[in-house]
Ligand binder design. Sequence first.
Ligand code: MLC
Ligand code: AMP
Length: 493
Amino acid sequence: MINLIQKANDNLNRIAIKSDEISYTYKQLLNASESVAVDLLGGKDDLNEQRVAYLVQPGFNYTAIQWGIWRAGGIAIPLCVKHPFASIKYVLDDTSAAMVICSSEFEDLLSPLKERPEIRFMSSDGFSSKEGNLPDIKMERRALILYTSGTTGNPKGVVTTHLNIETQITALTTSWEWHKDDHILNVLPLHHVHGIINVMSCALWSGACCEFLTKFSAKKIFNIFCQNEVNIFMAVPTIYFKLIAYWKELPIDQQQTISASLKDFRLMVSGSAALPISVLEEWKGISGHTLLERYGMTEMGMAISNSYRETRMPGHIGNPLNKVVVRLADEQNTEVASGSQGEIQVKGPNVFKEYWGKPEATAETFTKDGWFKTGDIAIYDNGYYRILGRNSVDIIKSGGYKISALEIEEVLRKHEQIKDCGVVGIPDDEWGEIIGASLILKEEDIDLEELNGWLKDKLPGYKTPRKYIFQEDLPRNVMGKVTKKEITKLFLN
Ligand code: MLC
Ligand code: AMP
């Protein structure tokens, strides 16, 4: 049996999940996930890695469905609750999903797919209590597909096995000393590793409680903190920025109440994007905590982390986690001399198996001797790794989401008034980067409100350009290649 699920038997009467103000025990989670598994199996012995996608808000049902898919032998594909139909359809087509589970709020969105005979639709509310025989799942089997943007246009499905996931979880539960009495608040989306692995699965592995807030709200987060149950929090830098901004506007007595609650936390973590030192310092002033910054990626979970007990070095990401081997390499994939900068390359049982259905892309992302090439450039500096940037200008990180400039350009070029375009990330204090698009128009004018409306059903909000400029032609180098840095400069002027 999958160890993460097996371990729940040690904690049957403890609270596993709190969502919508209801608490659920590990026993309820085991029972509910068994009912899901039996329904999905529908009399078969094993789903044998059939892909099962689910579109459900974070909470008890989400977790029961994910565990149910795993217990039935399927591969779980969490869909993003903020995605428009086109992005969801892309994932279902790319994975040839056999089943889709969705909650009633998303039924209308998915209704065009219901005519497809090859997909079985199930309601997330429709799992009646059932018991049955479940297959024995080997740890080497595929467990999860998460979609991530890369340097090629469309997002790729990152496949991890149960062993990859368990390694990713235990690296964090040991390093950050998770225990049964921990209580974490999840405010992150559950189609990415930050929410799924670092928050939810680490809590469940530890017999701890994971509380869910489905929609980000600084006010609600602080209200929950002030109930003095939560003792761990993890978020992207943008969320800390937003919490700081909200706190600053509060009357002094409320600020003091919040700060007093925060002081009792055991651990506060930031990751998914570079943590500005100004945010780290302001948060320390409010909470008394030096945020623990760590570094990871969908393809490998967390790889490098500052220490739980020792000094946390601002502006640095720390040292490799348990079982993760890290090196810095040059463009020929040769390890660089100590003190030089290079691409972070990683080996270990935490590293993913493959990009779904893309053997060439998988092969390209590993060196001949098996190192995973992250694309992130770093230096080893005074005993800690420090990120310097990325080796591609076409990857943007906004609000902790990884976004491909090329994917947005492909969509923009389909607009009838746009002849060409160049999309870049513009540095931004709140979002890390915001998306800027330089447009070359066929006609003289374009209605930007109309353009943004047109984009709405093609791209999720976080992939939508926030700033536009107009040019006669895109800046190019002597080889004719668009020079993105020149476009970025125009936005900064
Ligand atoms: C939203 N808005 C943006 C934006 N996203 N503006 C600029 N850039 C963006 N990226 C605007 C909207 O237009 C809207 O504006 C307002 O912000 C609120 O929009 P929303 O959609 O309701 O956003 P909100 O729910 O507040 O989301 C903000 C957030 C979210 C920070 C909570 O971006 C988020 O959950 N980020 C986390 C992503 C994550 O988990 N990444 C981990 C990947 S895994 P208006 O004007 O209408 O108010 C990974 C590996 C690792 O990276 O190491 O962890
Ligand atoms: P994703 O593909 O969404 O999993 O995002 C992974 C990317 O997020 C990494 O390749 C890094 O570029 C970035 N990232 C994650 N953590 C950090 C961090 N602490 N500092 C800087 N960048 C980070």
